[in-house]
Write a protein that binds this ligand. Structure first.
Ligand SMILES: C[S@@+](CC[C@H](N)C(=O)[O-])C[C@H]1O[C@@H](n2cnc3c(N)ncnc32)[C@H](O)[C@@H]1O
Length: 285
């Protein structure tokens, strides 16, 4: 993320410029900016064109009009300059990925987190990536770890198709196995078989936790992502209290704030060892 304001000074009226905060994200040849809603269409277009001029690899600029929303966790976008294609190739940790900024979730801001998880994976692990998107976690893990098996479920057909394409592009068909559909449907027949479960749905992981637990071998690791609002800035503590009081057989091995979502809201991750498998009927111990 780079500061946009300094780039645009002198090109956009000062009374519009002072409302601008933050920077922009780049994914391959696409830039995503967050411009104030009051800006005129002309100022938005000028900002987009200037960005392409100053950063030559940017070929297309989109303004984010809403946060990620809905079941597919996709953000609202309006085109402001350059090419209109929403698909681009992005590279991370030696992996090539096609992403579609308008129709499938992807965030370059989670690259450090993906590497952190990948660094903990051991050779031979069987992993369940419940909310795979375009396959980002699975691909980075498969690249870094040795021989692993990653069941990668995804409910959005556009994201699923990109994941299949990305798995082929990186020649990982023998390690990453994409499945289209609700991750809950993958648990039946796979109970107690996974060494690691990745739950990257911060807006809703809580309701899927019983399914993750059913999928775990005793001693498996669960990476549980959650967006937490806390008035006292006790983001990790508050979420761990909620989780541990319902599932006392989960043991906390690590935790961190992954990213800032607002002044009192953060995305956190709890790394938890599942000490026993859950009752398959209820999901509880
Ligand atoms: C926040 S995104 C994370 C994607 C990916 N792990 C990443 O970091 O790029 C959550 C993803 O879960 C998918 N999803 C939501 N509900 C699902 C479900 N019940 N089963 C499988 N995938 C689901 C969404 O379509 C979305 O692509």
């Amino acid at each position: 993320m780079k500061l946009l304001r300094s780039l645009l000074k002198g090109y956009v009226p000062d009374d519009e410029l002072h409302r601008l905060s933050g920077g922009f994200d780049t994914l391959g040849s696409i830039a995503i900016v967050k411009l104030p809603t009051e800006w005129s269409a002309e100022s938005k277009r000028r900002a987009g064109e200037l960005l392409m001029l100053k950063v030559p690899r940017i070929k297309s600029v989109w303004n984010q009009t809403s946060p990620v929303r809905g079941e597919y966790r996709v953000r609202g976008l309006e085109h402001i300059a350059g090419d209109t294609s929403t698909v681009t190739e992005y590279r991370e940790a030696g992996v090539r990925m096609f992403v579609d900024v308008a129709s499938a979730y992807f965030s370059p801001r989670l690259s450090t987190e993906r590497l952190r998880v990948a660094d903990n994976v051991k050779n031979g692990e069987r992993i369940f990536n419940m909310f795979s998107g375009v396959g980002s976690f699975s691909l980075v893990i498969a690249k870094k770890a040795g021989q692993v098996t990653i069941l990668s479920s995804e409910i959005n057909p556009v994201a699923f198709k990109l994941m299949v394409r990305n798995v082929e592009l990186n020649r990982m068909q023998n390690r990453v196995f994409p499945v289209l559909g609700d991750c809950r449907d993958q648990v039946e027949g796979n109970e107690g078989t996974f060494d690691r479960v990745i739950m990257s749905l911060p807006s809703g992981s809580w309701e899927f936790l019983p399914y993750a637990i059913r999928a775990c071998k005793p001693g498996a690791m669960v990476h549980y992502y959650s967006s937490v609002r806390s008035e006292e800035r006790r983001f990790v503590e508050d979420e761990w209290k909620r989780v541990s009081s319902t599932y006392p057989f989960l043991v906390l091995r690590g935790s961190r704030v992954v990213t800032e979502l607002g002044p009192r809201t953060k995305e956190i991750v709890l790394d938890m060892v599942c000490e026993r498998t859950a009752n398959p009927d209820t999901g509880s111990s």
